[in-house]
Design a protein. Sequence first.
Length: 209
Amino acid sequence: MSKVIVMDHPLIQHKIGWIRRIETGSKDFRTLVSEIAMLMCYESTRNLKLADVEIETPICKTTVKELQGKKLAIVPILRAGLGMVDGMLNLIPTAKVGHIGLYRDPDTKEPVEYYCKLPADCSERDVFVVDPMLATGGSAVAAIQMLKDKGVKNIRFMCIIAAPEGVKKMQEAHPDVDVYIGALDDYLNEHCYIVPGLGDAGDRIFGTR
């Protein structure tokens, strides 16, 4: 079974408190989402493997640690996931970035793919799928399945706020994918919004309604 890690870092919790506020405007919201993503990225990369590499400093030769083997990729789920990319790239600037676009079919309520562009060597990378909100879990489950269908094996999912219903669906569909969460909220309401949540993350990031 996958691990579900809820972040308890004080800075993450503090900044999540600010993006929940109704009076926080788009500019501050975007900045805070990017900062939260950077802090979560720091926490969620703790178990990346390191290798010993010999280098030469201005003084002498020595052995240092470098990330071993596979490189990283960040795959945001459009459109709200875009708000998390820059913060993560601040920490891992060499990561490649892919994009997955999904919309919900009004009749079936199921996610439908409308866009998918991934790095050519994505199957050889450790991939972070990112979306600020994990509500029903439908989009996240579908996005991860799309990656698996393209041969990606090492996947992690990162979101800022999650509902228990979405976490449960993720674990049932992808028990091999670890889930990193900034805050685990109470439940989904009748409109499938996370409670207490923060409203529509995409609208608040891009200033749309």
